[in-house]
Design a protein. Sequence first.
Length: 217
Amino acid sequence: MIIAIDGPAGSGKSTIAKLIAEDLGLVYLDTGAMYRLVTLKALNDGILGDLEEIKKMLDNLNIDIKENSFYLDDIDVSEEIRKPVVSENVSNIAAIREVREKMVDLQRKFSESKNVILDGRDIGTVVFPNADVKIFLVADAKERANRRYKELVKKGENVKIEEIYENILKRDEIDSTRKESPLKKAKNAIEVDTTSKNIEEVKNEILNICSKYSICV
Ligand code: CDP
Ligand code: CDP
């Protein structure tokens, strides 16, 4: 069984997907984190703007995901991949065709013979166009920036809300206008606006949708 959750940054995808995974006993895969791992590797190797080097790097890429922790070259970088410097560069890396091909391949392999909920930008359109349930989460950009700001401040990051808002708008733009697998609602996805809903409300709304597809707790 595959549940696809797509939508822009800060719409609540990963929070909700984790909760649904617990309730329905599914495995959760955060595909955005995979693009963040590739971005961190490119940053560490100092090859961010070098397309040929990035393509070469993909051949020896050593990334792993264990129990919602993310590893690059066997080191747990779960915190590092959420840093603003990664957020600022990830959309450009995710727009590269070869990067996407490699990630989509890994996502499909990861999901083989499992019941999985995946969140990202292209799950319902490209990775699993035949997913059992497709949800498209949206929320007002100011609200999304506010959520991300609160989250980073809690982690002790010194960030400005204006910069986060700009980053969210820029990523929305790059992600939805890129040539390869742009962010868009799949034709048969159900859109849920989370702007003025709390986490519990969104979770219940999605569980309700799942039950209509005979996917129940
Ligand atoms: O958590 P947040 O919404 O900030 O972003 P994310 O889900 O961690 O994704 C980071 C970036 O990876 C996005 O802005 C996209 O550029 C890219 N991404 C993608 O292209 N396709 C996916 N399936 C998931 C993420
Ligand atoms: O994965 P995505 O970037 O779509 O969003 P997220 O990381 O799940 O959510 C971003 C922040 O918004 C988290 O701190 C959530 O706790 C919060 N959130 C919220 O306040 N209300 C919601 N309905 C959903 C998420």
